[in-house]
Design a protein around this ligand. Structure first.
Ligand SMILES: [Zn+2]
Length: 548
């Protein structure tokens, strides 16, 4: 019906029934007599009755809808609408318009749905594991690498994993400054260092099967230490996993992991890339590309969310996808088998740890450990906390030099006591003094820039052989002046031995230097002062001119 008030336009009885059904399946209330309390009481909307002993129980306590202050059918509407719309989503502002409630109220309702999704996802993990263990039993092996896997994978749920970025920090958001610290995908979710360097975009790790389930995690980066545990927690060992070439470390844990080389070069000189760059021997990544596409499209409806809330939004999307795949029936079965609410309640009844403590205890990047506060009498908003993604600030250059100079390695401490490294000891001390003193921002920035360059160079001269400036310039394409500054400072302090190999004094000879490290290999590069004022600069130039 068009027009009229909301309650006339929406079939509230229907949505009330939907709400009651979902609650009694996903959060069943068990009576002391052992029966499930699911008989609604028309005159008491917040209670349910036990069908056998007629005891009354609270309907909403211990569910994500505790202390719900709006009519219950609205929650039913929000759940059903999210389910039917998937892969599209319903936003808080749309809920607010549709239900004619305040935006804040609508957002709270949205958060309740997200909490429901996050809690129920934990019931889905065992279902996924079960499915994979059946399809890929213990000794299962894919054909050896290089053979066609198509016959093996055609009717098996191969897991496809990939990563994608939501709300990337564009150049414009960075106020036109380029990004320096990070490379590739990771760079685009962090603001540039000069603007604080904190995370503003969301990096999602997506795993899924063809027309099946999906698992999405919000991650700070793509290192093996971040992504590895997520995969290990969710997937059994013999699962076949197809990814792009970013997962070079995965084969160590998963023998059935295969990568497709998207930048495979063609053997034919006429073409740059090989014809099979998207699919090699039946190994492809189309499923996760498709998932990424629909996830990206869905999340565009939100226009933006902060990384802190990313887990909630991603869990919501993943939950409704999985719900469509597994069905409410299987989820409800699992919920009954998983726990007996009466036992849990009496066990945690008197000894309630604070939500913060239990939230901080062993939470992964996806925040999947809210079990201990699952059924406590806490306000609803506190229940969300374990699902917050803790946006990590990448340790920016502003903190790094302090950290490094503060905690020198024991090996370095030992070396600094030796006589040949006395000048190095002095240099480190004067660098510490520089950071401790009230130096100007541009001076600090200069020092940081050189320190970064120095670390970059240090990684390149790990061996104690002779290296040459011209090679270094050709490889790194860095201007020779900052390079020379670093090398000269290193030579001054005895970190390296530097020799001028320029053939003659005239300007027409290209300068050439050879250098060799004097510090042992195990020692990290100590930070020394590279920044110079005008006077120091002139003095240094003169000294090196005279040495010629
Ligand atoms: Zn009873």
């Amino acid at each position: 019906m068009l027009g009229g008030t909301t309650s006339q336009a929406i079939n509230t009885q229907y949505y009330q029934a939907v709400f009651d059904d979902i609650l009694s399946r996903l959060y069943p209330t068990q009576c002391e007599c052992g029966t499930r309390c699911d008989r609604p009481m028309p005159s008491r909307p917040y209670s349910v009755r036990c069908p056998s002993c007629l005891r009354q129980k609270s309907k909403l306590a211990h569910t994500p809808f505790r202390n719900l202050r709006i009519p219950q059918w609205m929650a039913g509407y929000a759940v059903e609408e999210s389910y039917h719309r998937h892969p599209q989503v319903i936003t808080a502002s749309e809920l607010s318009r549709r239900l004619e409630i305040n935006y804040r109220t609508a957002l709270l309702l949205k958060r309740r749905i997200q909490l429901l999704a996050s809690e129920q996802l934990k019931r889905i993990y065992p279902l996924i594991r079960q499915e994979l263990e059946t399809a890929f039993p213990r000794p299962y092996k894919l054909p050896a690498e290089g053979n066609d896997v198509r016959p093996e994978t055609i009717d098996r749920p191969v897991v496809h994993a990939d990563t994608m970025v939501l709300f990337s920090a564009s150049q414009r958001a960075n106020k036109g400054r380029k990004r320096h610290r990070n490379r590739g995908l990771t760079s685009s979710i962090y603001l540039s260092e000069r603007l604080g360097g904190h995370q503003i975009g969301t990096l999602c790790h997506v795993m899924g099967t063809k027309q099946g389930w999906v698992l999405i995690d919000s991650v700070p980066d793509l290192r093996a230490n971040t992504v590895g545990p997520i995969i290990r927690d969710r997937l059994p060992r013999n699962t076949a996993i197809f990814t792009d070439e970013a997962y070079t470390w995965l084969y160590r844990i998963y023998p059935n992991h295969r990568m497709v080389n998207h930048s495979k070069k063609s053997a034919d000189r006429r073409f740059k890339y090989a014809r099979d760059r998207w699919c090699q021997n039946g190994v492809h990544n189309q499923v996760s590309e498709g998932l990424n596409g629909s996830l990206k499209k869905a999340m565009r409806a939100y226009s933006y969310f902060r990384p802190q809330y990313s887990t909630l939004y991603l869990n919501e999307w993943a939950f409704f996808k999985n719900l469509r795949y597994f069905g409410l029936e299987r989820l409800a079965e699992n919920s009954l088998a998983a726990e007996n609410p009466v036992v849990r309640r009496s066990r945690t009844g008197c000894l309630i740890e604070s939500a913060r403590d239990s939230a901080e205890g062993g939470n992964g990047p996806c925040g999947a450990s809210a079990d201990s506060i699952f059924r406590q009498k806490l306000p609803f908003t506190r229940l969300l906390e374990p699902y917050f993604y803790r946006a990590e600030r990448i340790p920016g250059a502003s903190q790094r030099p302090h950290a490094r100079s503060g905690s020198a390695s024991p090996e370095l401490e030992r070396i600094l006591k030796l006589a040949p490294f006395a000048s190095l000891r002095e240099a480190i001390q004067s660098c510490r003094a520089f950071w401790a003193a009230s130096s100007l921002p541009y001076q600090r920035a200069k020092q940081r820039k050189y320190a970064r360059l120095a670390n970059h160079l240090w990684d390149r001269i790990q061996s104690r052989d002779w290296h040459y400036l011209s090679d270094l310039i050709a490889e790194t394409r860095i201007d020779n002046r900052p390079l020379m500054r670093v090398l000269r400072r290193w030579a001054d302090t005895g970190i390296i031995e530097l020799r001028d190999l320029t053939p003659g004094p005239s300007k027409k000879h290209a300068i050439e230097y050879g250098f060799r490290r004097l510090l042992p290999g195990a020692v990290p590069l100590p930070e020394i002062l590279y920044r110079q004022n005008r006077k120091e600069f002139l003095e240094e130039t003169e000294k090196w001119q005279n040495d010629r």
